[in-house]
Design a binder for this molecule. Structure first.
Ligand SMILES: [Zn+2]
Length: 452
């Protein structure tokens, strides 16, 4: 319900939220600025400076590098909400100014295409992550607005979302398409919730409805590009991108695990908000398959590094596992939405399992070293010598060229209070999902109730 206030009061968890505030967030800011010695460079801030016209140079890092800054800003927002910090807020405001300077007149915002391939925007939705990055921008904007009341990043987001809404859809001249990496769908739901603009909810639903329809957009696009790709080989692999059949018909979890759970998170949101029974049934079916047949005892998902993907039922090798940190974080996002659909304890149990066993273990207690792959069995010599196991690192790393996981850990731990309780709209029912020492305050029947 609205106006519910939750605060964590727990020695174990407060140590982590303090670690995020005092160490993880400042450390990651240094990483985004390429100031960590002997770590792989991020290029993230530099890319924005070049796109904004403040520096000259080539785009650096992965095509989705913008999302690292957005995820960091989201983590900052949660931290500011918990504890005001004018100095940190000033750094964040300056980063937001920079983002605004990199935005095009028409609302478009993506440093890769601005710097490296101007004019080729939206030509490779299969691989180029433009809508994915937009999604992380929207999530950061919603969190920052809620934490500070400042609209700048939200306004940047709405301008971009409005451009996207004008380009994608079923009207003549629009692209009937969706992103290779789901994320914008769940972010548009958040943007709808904070702005009340139904067009954002409808756009999210449009992307969900369009995914996997025939003729397949990714195949058409690939032909149109002269069969060129950025890094994938050959014809688009539709299963890896959960676009082989419409989402409501998908029988089992397939493909890239992070993409899958981000997609299912949005599906669960939309099933709740629209009352779509088929979408809800698909969520329940995919949940049963994922958690009953394709999940490790740690709450890790994604058994193979090839495509960072699910394989098949009960194939859960310990030593060549992938179990990316982001995949377990996405599983927690999805479980949280399933709890909002139906208060079933198994959803909370999976959330707890993934949180304690996979996500927490991925970060060292110093807040500066991380696992990307979370193995259940490590043979350091094999990690160094066997191509099957190069991806399984025996020790946590300082940073990664593809550093999706560390800022994802920061934003999840920073917003953990949102995962503990559900209080019904009239305040008559309180459900506890995570047994974390905490306090919840809300009003019911004109009386203020505090539980701890
Ligand atoms: Zn990751």
């Amino acid at each position: 319900m609205k106006d519910t206030q939750i605060s964590i009061k727990d020695d174990f968890w407060n140590e982590y939220t303090e670690l995020v505030r005092t160490t993880v967030i400042p450390y990651q800011w240094e990483a985004l600025n390429d100031r960590i010695q002997d770590a792989e460079p991020s290029y993230s801030i530099r890319n924005f400076r070049i796109a904004a016209g403040l520096e000259k140079g080539e785009f650096g890092g992965w095509i989705f590098q913008d999302s690292d800054l957005y995820k960091w800003l989201e983590a900052v927002a949660y931290s500011l909400e918990r504890q005001p910090d004018p100095e940190l807020e000033k750094i964040a405001d300056e980063a937001i100014e920079l983002i605004g300077q990199a935005q095009h007149e028409n609302g478009y915002l993506n440093t890769y295409f601005t710097i490296q391939e101007p004019g080729k925007e939206w030509s490779n939705l299969y691989e180029a992550h433009e809508l994915y990055c937009a999604g992380h921008l929207f999530e950061a904007a919603v969190a920052y607005y809620r934490a500070t009341g400042k609209r700048k990043l939200l306004d940047i987001s709405c301008r971009f979302a409005d451009l996207i809404a004008s380009l994608f859809g079923k009207e003549p001249g629009q692209m009937q398409a969706y992103c290779g990496h789901p994320e914008v769908e769940l972010a548009l739901v958040k943007l709808y919730q904070v702005t009340g603009e139904e067009r954002y909810l409808n756009l999210s639903l449009y992307f969900i409805d369009e995914r996997g329809s025939k003729p397949n957009y990714f195949l058409e696009e690939w032909e149109r590009r002269g069969r060129t790709t950025i890094w994938a080989q050959g014809e688009p692999n539709l299963e890896v991108y959960q676009s082989h059949i419409p989402v409501r018909e998908q029988p089992v979890a397939v493909g890239h695990a992070v993409r899958a759970v981000y997609l299912y998170t949005a599906m669960a949101d939309l099933a709740r908000l629209t009352g779509d029974v088929k979408l809800r049934e698909a969520c329940e079916r995919l949940w049963a398959n994922t958690t009953g047949k394709q999940m490790y005892i740690t709450g890790g998902i994604g058994a193979t590094h090839l495509g960072e993907a699910f394989t098949f039922d009960h194939d859960l090798p310990n030593d060549i596992v992938y179990a990316e940190t982001c995949a377990s974080i996405g599983l927690i996002f999805w479980a949280r939405r399933m709890l909002q659909l139906e208060a079933k304890s198994e959803y909370a149990d999976v959330m707890e399992r993934a949180l304690y066993n996979n996500v927490l273990g991925s970060m060292a207690k110093d807040g500066k070293h991380f696992f990307y792959v979370n193995p259940l069995e490590v043979w350091p010599e094999a990690s160094a010598m066997s191509p099957d196991k190069f991806h399984v690192k025996p020790v946590r790393q300082k940073w990664f060229g593809c550093s999706c996981c560390p800022p994802n850990v920061a934003r999840l731990l920073g917003s953990l209070d949102d995962y503990i309780y559900d209080v019904s709209e009239d305040g008559s029912t309180v459900r506890v999902h995570l047994f974390i020492g905490s306090e919840v305050a809300f009003e019911t029947g004109g009386r203020k109730i505090v539980m701890n």
